[in-house]
Design a protein around this ligand. Sequence first.
Ligand SMILES: C[S@@+](CC[C@H](N)C(=O)[O-])C[C@H]1O[C@@H](n2cnc3c(N)ncnc32)[C@H](O)[C@@H]1O
Length: 214
Amino acid sequence: MGGEHFKDDAAFIDTAVNDVARLQDYCGLTTSSSLYDWGCGAGRLAIGVRERLGTVADYHGVDVQPDVLGWAQAHLTAPGYRFTLVDVSNERYNPDGSPERTLAADPGSVDVFYAYSVFSHMNDQDTPAYMKLIAQALSPTGKALVTCFVEEGVPAWEENPAQYGPLEWKGRLHCTRFARRHFEDHVDAAGLAVDRFEYGRETDGQSLYVLRKR
Ligand SMILES: C[S@@+](CC[C@H](N)C(=O)[O-])C[C@H]1O[C@@H](n2cnc3c(N)ncnc32)[C@H](O)[C@@H]1O
């Protein structure tokens, strides 16, 4: 899971602790928050929460890959920490999954929503549909921190753009890149607004958005 991006275990944990600090700063995460980790993989963020905060009111990690989610479930489930496998389709990570999209979250239940490197592997039909589900899941004052590849002056959506970023992209949805305006149109159509934008400083050159309900 993101193996090439982490020098060693300590670096892996550092990125998670740093992201929890940003969730505190940018999204108001506290020990009383419900925190939803979409595309949680093996539970990197959960380890960061444990290290920095101990617990939150509810940490919920959700993923489509049984192997990595199963690892997180077996090793990181604890009071305040839960994990859910959703068998929904993603051409890269779960191509045979159901086309019925779900976040497995109750409406209005999420104070802080985190999606690191998830929209960076998503098609242009799932993206606006999930954006609407995120808006439904957020509490009235909830915030979402998401990362994705966005650029100015590029096609609306592209898969594995050539000569872009540090890697040679291979296979379905290895890198999905949006025109900034197009991505923000999806945000807007979902009833969300951009609270913060930081260009190009995340993994492989992704940008960071903090979103809130309009
Ligand atoms: C590049 S990994 C990022 C993992 C983790 N967020 C991190 O930063 O360490 C992308 C993850 O998103 C998950 N994913 C993709 N589509 C999903 C969906 N529709 N619902 C839940 N998880 C999804 C994949 O299975 C994969 O674990």
